[in-house]
Design a protein around this ligand. Structure first.
Ligand code: FES
Length: 135
């Protein structure tokens, strides 16, 4: 499905002359073309949501499209934080949307019990080895 593509362009050329590239996005097999960025290939496939905010879960997509805002961060071939707008699509690339992070404390925790400083945070994490910050 490439409904959102410009198939003839006076500067970029004709789409029919571009090599197709197969990749996966959240385990779905999709197609892009040589010269695509991850962002352009996903947009051409109708995908606008690239990740959710790590804490709030609100949707994020392409914002600046020039590498400044970092809103398009995705997981690519097991590497997190890859900017979709700057990264060229490659054959068999495995792309995953960004997910909401697990909260370090229970969501129903009283506000007065939340750590106010990094030292308090480190102290609360002591004993929870996998969450403990490196100090
Ligand atoms: S959309 Fe802003 S850095 Fe990619």
């Amino acid at each position: 499905m490439n409904n959102n593509r410009i198939v003839k362009h006076p500067v970029l050329g004709d789409l029919e002359n571009k090599k197709p590239i197969t990749f996966t996005y959240d385990q779905k097999i999709l197609q892009g073309y040589e010269g695509d960025t991850i962002a352009s290939a996903l947009l051409a496939n109708g995908i606008r949501l690239l990740r959710v905010h790590e804490e709030s879960g609100t949707p994020r997509g392409i914002y600046c499209n020039i590498g400044h805002c970092y809103e398009c961060r995705m997981k690519v071939n097991q590497t997190s934080g890859v900017r979709a707008c700057l990264t060229e699509l490659v054959e068999d690339m495995m792309i995953e949307s960004g997910k909401m992070q697990a909260l370090p404390f229970p969501q129903n925790m009283n506000a007065e019990d939340l750590p106010r400083t990094y030292a308090e945070f480190a102290k609360k994490c002591a004993g929870k080895k996998e969450d403990a910050p490196h100090v």
